[in-house]
Write a protein that binds this ligand. Structure first.
Ligand SMILES: NC(=O)c1ccc[n+]([C@@H]2O[C@H](COP(=O)([O-])OP(=O)(O)OC[C@H]3O[C@@H](n4cnc5c(N)ncnc54)[C@H](OP(=O)(O)O)[C@@H]3O)[C@@H](O)[C@H]2O)c1
Length: 323
């Protein structure tokens, strides 16, 4: 019998990939939990009702316990419903890092960054493909534009130089206040329009070249008769996957095909070219963007901070790969 004590034979286990998920809402989105797991996170912990002032402490609590090597296997996700608050929380987490104790952070409140990114990237793609045009200078109307997806889509399209109108079915005051809020937060120029009445909705559509529908799921914001007034329409893109169609005639699987019935309804020239982009075509790109961003957090080799500009870059890359 030897005097030397037994040497441990077990190799230390590889540290698991840990994702801390912060949300200001009472619960974390199951969709995002599934997406994180499918992208390789092994331990996923939701933190609910998180206020912006709590983010710095939570972040520092997450970064110091695993050593510089462990931080590369640790990430933070920011969810919630409020797109401005999530942008602020992303900034707060970034500022709380103490290099080399620094982890990746990804914000996608209510899926709005990745959904809006997919929507705008697909519109860009079809505008170039079907018409040889760019989004810059185009008149864009966002029906249901005061919600999470609408606000981010507005910020993205306006950043690309589009002339963006954010519509609210609750009236002009609501549309104008949301437009003002995002203009100030993101340094862009949009305006608010009321679509509270049929006449207002049709007047707004008559001016528009591109319409996005980003209203509450299961709500139709433009009927076939409404669309007939959109005589300059090039593209109608609808993120709503729950029947009825958000924009009548834009089927969920449409990915750049003519809008059924639009030419007849418009009864004239110019409208015959309008094409649709449906919710499942947008959802397909959104899914890939979110997956790729989670993978980038885990495998990039250095900490990354992923907000909606990064989501948009990724969506453009996914859209470019569709051809
Ligand atoms: N395709 C995808 O991959 C994907 C992914 C995520 C989300 N989505 C969809 O994206 C859409 C927007 O999501 P969100 O979270 O941004 O929605 P949201 O914030 O819940 O609602 C958006 C807006 O809808 C408007 N609205 C509410 N009730 C309405 C009604 N009866 N008639 C007309 N407008 C009404 C509201 O604006 P006003 O009261 O100011 O008019 C609200 O701000 C939803 O349809 C959601 O299912 C799709």
């Amino acid at each position: 019998m030897s005097d030397t004590p037994d040497k441990p034979t077990e190799k230390p286990a590889e540290r698991p990939y840990v994702l801390h998920m912060f949300t200001a809402s009472p619960q974390m989105s199951p969709f995002d939990v599934n997406m994180a797991a499918d992208a390789g996170y092994q331990v996923i912990v939701p933190y609910c009702n998180v206020e912006a002032r709590m983010v710095a402490n939570l972040t520092q609590d997450a970064i110091f316990s695993r050593g510089p090597k462990g931080v590369s296997r640790t990430g933070i996700f920011i969810g919630g419903r409020d797109v401005m608050l999530a942008a602020d929380m992303l900034d707060a987490a970034r500022k709380a890092m103490v290099p080399p104790f620094e982890v990746s952070v990804f914000a996608d409140p209510s899926g709005s960054y990745t959904t809006a990114a997919a929507l705008v990237a697909l519109v860009e793609r079809h505008l170039a493909k079907a018409y040889g045009m760019e989004l810059g200078g185009k008149r864009v109307l966002i029906l249901g534009g005061t919600g999470a997806v609408g606000r981010v889509a507005a910020a993205m399209a306006a950043s690309l130089g589009a002339d963006v109108s954010i519509a609210s079915h609750a009236g002009h005051a609501r549309a104008a206040s949301v437009s003002e809020e995002i203009n100030q937060r993101f340094g862009i120029l949009t305006k608010g329009v009321s679509t509270a009445t049929q006449a207002e909705r049709r007047a707004a559509l008559a001016e528009t070249e591109i319409v996005f529908a980003t209203a509450l799921a299961g709500v139709q914001v433009a009927s076939t008769e409404d669309l007939a007034h959109a005589r300059h329409l090039l593209i109608a893109a609808d993120v709503n996957a729950v029947p009825p169609e958000g924009i009548a005639g834009v089927n969920v699987v449409n990915d750049g095909k003519p809008i059924a019935g639009h030419a007849n309804a418009a009864g004239g020239s110019g409208a015959t070219d309008a094409i649709g982009i449906g919710a499942l075509a947008i959802g397909n790109v959104k899914y890939q963007v979110e997956h790729r961003l989670f993978i980038r957090m885990r495998t990039g080799g250095k900490p990354v901070y992923l907000g909606f500009p990064e989501a948009f870059d990724e969506a453009r890359a996914v859209a470019a790969g569709l051809d």
